[in-house]
Design a protein around this ligand. Structure first.
Ligand SMILES: Nc1ncnc2c1ncn2[C@@H]1O[C@H](COP(=O)(O)OP(=O)(O)OP(=O)(O)O)[C@@H](O)[C@H]1O
Ligand SMILES: [Mg+2]
Length: 504
């Protein structure tokens, strides 16, 4: 019996005559979890979009369950039983959770009217399985990034798919949700669902996949059974060269306190947050999702209203009521919600990069933008972070997810802030770009930049930070320094439970 579920034969894809996928011939085995890895811009999402009917290939064939098929649109893919969790959110903000989950596949009563009750119930079940505590009739715009991601997962799982494609589902999730997702994946696999899983977190690929496929510059480099390949080998196949030490050496920050927060409180969200940041210090913020790390960042930036609390720069109290107030005081923010508040996808690479710092590229009271100066600065960022784009005038929507993230980072550092609040700075970027970002933040810190480093990846918190503040339920539960910055201590402060504790 042939156990191939889906085969592609010589799939090619070009965008404005630029080849992005070259002769991709693959076979996906029924019931497997297939990992696909590759650098930012390698073509992973493009291939997945072709399989799920979002794009059509320039040439090549697809065979599904033994029959040649043309997947001309997402509905056709759905009918075949192919479902996708897209890399970027594809949710309608002013609709409810259940409306979004059943958009296009609404449950109807016999009389043709929408069966709201059944859709709500089914949504409740799906949310319960993923342990997400939101109401089915909550509007998407009121959800956090993680909750939105969980809704995308529910949506993809709500149709009993034969092939479920997951394009970086965990880039915004923390360990807790990742484990819930793994449980779901294992259950689906047991029921016979085939899964394609894309991630830059290679340990995840090793933990959950049966086979792994490597794409590089639009070409299939190789496929291997997961037991026969190490994480390091995966990374090296991806980038095509040896990788050296990931984290740069930490330098001791200066003693001078440049930034301080006192008694920051947002009712029901943050309680009495106090901390200091020294010149050249990289201060980590760890904690489970919902612990309040993003709320701290947003309150400092004036995105969220505080009920009390004071913010100091170089010992002087500053008044922050809107983001511009912080920017004017040398503080800048790299948002975790890239598409929401981070970048403008219908603006070019250059326009995005200089969005916050535009005034420094203007002449004669802002009548002229110095285009050359703007382009020059953007080019520098492009080279530094290896941003893959056809040109600096390309709109961001045409860049791969990881490359959009690099532009978002460029935007946050272009105004040369003295305090950078980096929220999930390496979200969705590949291993070698991560190294570049770590080096870069580290070198800026050596030059005197102070950084609040918020991340759900413990490894980078441990590898990068001089000191780590851990939060739980809107409060600071502890601060770690030096040798005591390790996984166990962070988890203990984040959950209140030590490994091996018999606790409910
Ligand atoms: N609609 C589009 N128009 C033009 N170019 C595009 C379009 N979509 C993708 N590309 C280009 O195709 C290439 C592959 O992009 P793709 O999104 O498939 O990469 P990826 O492997 O998913 O990367 P990442 O890890 O960053 O998500 C990139 O160079 C990207 O700029
Ligand atoms: Mg992608």
């Amino acid at each position: 019996m042939n156990d191939g579920l889906l085969k592609t034969q010589n799939i090619c894809k070009e965008f404005s005559s630029v080849p992005v996928l070259k002769d991709i011939t693959i076979e996906i085995i029924r019931g497997e979890i297939l990992g696909i890895i590759g650098e930012n811009g390698a073509g992973k999402s493009t291939l997945m979009k072709i399989l799920s009917g979002i794009y059509t290939s320039t040439s090549g064939e697809i065979v599904f369950e033994g029959k040649a098929v043309v997947i001309s649109d997402p509905l056709t893919a759905k009918k075949l039983g192919i479902s996708i969790i897209p890399q970027e959110f594809n949710l309608v903000n002013d609709l409810t959770v259940y409306d979004n989950i059943f958009l296009g596949s609404e449950i109807r009563k016999k009389n043709g009217f929408l069966d709201k009750k059944r859709m709500m119930e089914r949504t409740k079940e799906l949310l319960k399985e993923l342990e997400v505590e939101i109401k089915p009739d909550e509007k998407i715009e009121n959800l956090s990034t993680v909750q939105k991601q969980m809704v995308e997962i529910c949506k993809a799982v709500s149709i009993d798919a034969k092939l479920l494609i997951m394009d970086e589902p965990t880039s915004v999730l923390s360990q807790h949700e990742i484990e819930i997702l793994y449980r779901l994946m294992r259950r689906l696999k047991k029921q016979g669902t085939t899964i394609i899983y894309i991630s830059h977190k290679l340990k995840e690929i090793k933990a959950i996949c049966d086979r792994v496929m490597v794409l590089r510059d639009g070409e299939l480099i190789f496929t291997e059974i997961i037991q026969d390949i190490t994480v390091l080998e995966m990374a090296q196949y991806m980038v095509g060269r040896e990788l050296n030490q990931v984290f740069p050496e930490k330098k001791v920050p200066e003693a001078e306190v440049v930034f301080e927060v006192q008694n920051l409180t947002v009712p029901g969200v943050l309680e009495n947050i106090n901390f200091q940041l020294k010149k050249g210090e990289i201060l980590g913020f760890a904690g489970l999702v919902g612990s309040g790390r993003t709320a701290v960042a947003e309150t400092i930036m004036g995105i969220r209203k505080r009920s009390s609390g004071e913010i100091f720069r170089n010992g002087k109290k500053i008044l922050v009521w809107k983001p511009q107030d912080s920017v004017e005081n040398g503080i800048n923010y790299l948002s975790e919600d890239r598409q929401g508040t981070g970048i403008l996808t219908n603006f070019s690479v250059t326009q995005n990069t200089t969005l916050v710092s535009l005034t420094s590229y203007c002449k004669y009271f802002f009548q002229y933008i110095l285009k050359n100066k703007e382009q020059e600065a953007t080019l520098k960022h492009k080279e530094r972070f290896n941003i893959k784009t056809q040109s600096l005038d390309t709109k961001l929507e045409y860049l791969s997810g990881g490359n959009q993230q690099k532009v978002s980072l460029a935007k946050s550092i272009d105004p040369a802030p003295e305090v950078l609040i980096a929220n999930e700075p390496t979200r969705g970027v590949d291993v070698s770009a991560k190294q570049e970002i770590y080096r870069f933040i580290n070198s800026l810190a050596e030059e005197g930049l102070s950084c609040l480093f918020i991340s759900s990846e413990q490894e980078e918190i441990i590898g990068m930070c001089h000191r780590v503040i851990v939060m739980k339920d809107g409060r600071i539960t502890g601060s770690l320094e030096g040798e005591s910055i390790n996984e166990e201590e962070i988890m203990f402060l984040a959950t209140g439970i030590r490994e091996g504790d018999i606790s409910s």
